[in-house]
Design a protein around this ligand. Sequence first.
Ligand code: ASP
Ligand code: MG
Length: 378
Amino acid sequence: MALIVQKYGGSSVADLDRLEQVASRIARHVTAGHQIVVVVSAMGNTTNELLALARQTTPSPDRRELDMLISVGERISMALLAMKLKELGVRARSLTGSQSGIITDEAHADARVVEVRPARVQSLIDQGFVVIVAGFQGVSRTREVTTLGRGGSDTTAVVLAAALEAEYCEICSDVDGVWSADPRVVASAARIDNLSLEEGLALARGGAKVLFEDALRYARDHNVTLKASATHGPGTGTRLSDSGSTEARAVAITGDDQLIAVDTTAADTSAVQAAIRDAGLRLRRRIGGVVHLDTRNAHGTVAWPEGVVDHGPIAVLSAVGSALGESFEDHRLASAALDQSGIAIHDQGSAGDALWWQVDADRLDDAVRIVHLALVEN
Ligand code: ASP
Ligand code: MG
């Protein structure tokens, strides 16, 4: 009998039919003799709708109140799923992030988990319950409700898997595992069987929507094995664990068009850092004074300090794989392929597990296809 943490993403619980299929999937695992802790995302587009509601109310919503609002989405899913499981004859109990003992810092809308006290979850498991935890949320030491950043239900699943010493943490979505590129962009993309957590992290940082960056970092730091699976269908998914490849290899290509570039050369660095944090931006890379910032979790408008020059939206593609950033040859090959296809390279670099190129946003998909052909398919 294994203890497994399963997370179901928003599209897997988008409506009551799908919720019922998820309940049946959980019931099958229970029948097979496993102990299951479930983490759920908000149904479908709920989080976006709640955020839109806040922005219609005020252009810069108060972060505390924002968390009170957007934490509701996951609570809807957890309660409905628990009801459905009970109907199927499975003993189930839903808990909020706070009730599950997920303690975070005070950074509303982008909080980090600082401690997990899973006593209540553990005691329910011991009594034979399937525990359904609302993802994406926790509670600060001052007892405020916090949320973990967009995509944060993955984090909830991973921190619980670590705290409960689960056998593994399964992240279920409508995609069967992690692919070598977005199959909607690259027709020849293939599913990856095994990936190191480091490689997964580099992919997430490169803008791949597979798994949330913070969750991968936590899994790496706490030695949690992840499985990315399809909620429906027979796929075999991708296993992400500590034991990655040791040779340099290119496993996946990802494009990111949700970035902005700003030149901070003439500004006070601590003021820049504070503005980035307050706006919910994430620093992707610094090239001298120019920084690339991920805007996925941005809240409201950014109050840049004096001297910052905003260059606006940019697009960057990344090639990811163990130690790939150390390979001159792969970098040269891919750059030459981009060049031959007439893709203008505005900037480029490499480090650790990634190579990257800044290209025009309208050529990003082409660039992904070209580098996939040059590095992954060869
Ligand atoms: N519902 C949240 C979001 O849309 C968290 C998650 O789904 O992981 O970002
Ligand atoms: Mg997600």
